[in-house]
Design a protein around this ligand. Structure first.
Ligand code: MN
Length: 452
């Protein structure tokens, strides 16, 4: 399968012409691009891939809203929408190792030294009050300073100068851990950011797993072929050869700079905090490269991140409860799980599996298999009618969660977590029956004959 972004866009144009819109009129990078995406989603009820050819102040066209459709993401994984979970689980279980190549389109243009100028990129401000222009579609590639393991992650970058940005390293996650090691030695951490990749690479990057799992293998599993990597110009970091753009850099030791405020996936704009500093060493890109932006906190962002999260959580719950049915992440920090509970206590085990398997998970609701977790009214009904709060709610104090959760003290992610066991006790079979109709009556009713 082609692993470059232009080939994927060509498939969208050919197979779903309504889902690719090119805008040629000039757009203002100060909020207009992101506001247009959200207004098209809310008012026109459409979620096309959008290519803004003319964004004031930059020669690079802006590609956005790429991920705002589940079926487009399924297409990127070469799977029908209902088989996305299985495809993702297979990529986690049978990763495909990457392959190094000599060169690639990401090297068409090489800018180093005085030629680096981040102000030539589209200076996109996403939400009102943001601290500056952000690069939101940057995928970091870095090597563990202690081993041959690699890590990939999305990290938001705020442009702070011609060749500097700040970076948000999620506290407690893998790139943060690499950086702790480098900084404790007084060393910079070499890193490179790919901006503008095939959506299968983006989905693989967001895999949640152990620090010993290589996201690049999951990318290969989703692409059905090894991810092609090429060496950076200024370091030994390996990056996707077919990316639109690569920013080669280091994260400096013992340097911090104010970052934010920034409107995040939580729906909140969190204030400025001191963050690590990125020193850019080179920018390389495809001839005629698009600048990829993710509209943070809206469907473009949320659909992309929940598919990998749900796959990991499904895997974790299934390790404890073989009869798990569905795992869904409907909103930030939240997980709904439906299980066919064969033994008393399995709901609690499901709860512990979820809260233990994902840093961000803070609230989990476990229901029986007769509840549709995609219908929030049914989940609420189960909580209301099958749950005794003094018996069925578990609270865990003093755990580690998201540093973007505005309800945690000091906004640092030191948080309580909770689980709601909304399964029927002692079992669904033994519980008060749901009301119903005799099947011969139900089947005998001809709705069309009754209605005028
Ligand atoms: Mn990792």
């Amino acid at each position: 399968m082609a692993q470059d972004l232009p080939s994927y866009l060509e498939r969208v144009r050919t197979e779903r012409p309504d889902e690719f819109v090119t805008v040629s009129r000039e757009m203002d990078p100060g909020h207009e691009v992101t506001a247009a995406v959200v207004k098209i989603e809310k008012e026109a009820r459409r979620r096309p891939v959008l290519l803004f050819e003319n964004v004031r102040g930059s020669d690079y066209p802006v590609l956005t809203n790429l991920h705002a459709s589940r079926s487009r993401l399924a297409m990127a994984m070469n799977a029908p929408p209902r088989e996305m979970l299985q495809k993702y689980l297979k990529a986690m279980e049978e990763p495909v190792a990457p392959r190094e190549v000599n060169t690639g389109p990401c090297k068409d243009v090489v800018l180093k030294g005085a030629d680096i100028d981040l102000s030539r990129l589209p200076q996109l401000e996403h939400h009102q009050g943001d601290g500056g222009a952000y690069i939101t579609a940057a995928i970091s590639f870095a090597k563990d300073p202690n081993s041959d393991m690699w890590n990939c992650a999305y990290n938001r970058l705020m442009i702070t100068g011609r060749d500097t940005t700040s970076i948000h390293l999620t506290l407690g996650k893998h790139l943060w851990e690499y950086y702790q090691v480098a900084e404790s030695r007084g060393e910079a951490l070499p890193v490179a950011f790919a901006i503008g990749v095939h959506p299968a690479i983006a989905l693989g990057c967001l895999a949640i797993g152990s620090i010993d799992e290589d996201e690049r293998g999951i990318m290969g599993g989703l692409l059905d072929e090894p991810l092609e990597l090429v060496r950076c110009e200024t370091s030994d970091v390996l990056v996707p050869a077919q990316a639109e753009m690569i920013v080669e850099a280091e994260i400096l030791p013992r340097a911090r700079i104010a970052e934010g405020p920034f409107g995040e996936f939580t729906g909140y704009s969190l204030g400025a905090r001191d963050r690590e500093v990125v020193q850019v060493k080179a920018v390389t890109h495809r001839e005629g490269a698009m600048f990829h932006d993710i509209t943070v906190g809206h469907l473009d962002h949320m659909l992309l991140s929940t598919i990998p999260m749900e796959a990991n959580l499904y895997r974790a719950v299934r390790a404890m409860i073989p009869s798990v049915r569905v795992v869904r992440v409907p909103s930030p920090f939240t997980c709904f799980v439906s299980i066919e509970q064969r033994l008393e206590g399995q709901a609690k085990n499901a709860m512990m599996a979820v809260l233990g398997a994902d840093l961000y998970m803070k609230r989990v609701v476990v229901v029986d298999h007769d509840i549709d977790v995609f219908d929030e009214r049914e989940v609420n009904w189960a909580i209301a009618t099958r749950c005794q709060p003094d018996r069925d709610i578990v609270v865990i104090s003093g755990a580690r969660g998201s540093d973007l959760d505005p309800s945690t003290a000091g906004n640092d992610g030191f948080t309580a977590k909770w689980g709601v066991d909304a399964t029927a006790k002692p079992s669904l079979d033994a519980f008060t029956p749901r009301h119903s109709f005799p099947s011969e009556v139900w089947d005998g009713i001809d709705v069309e004959a009754l209605l005028p």
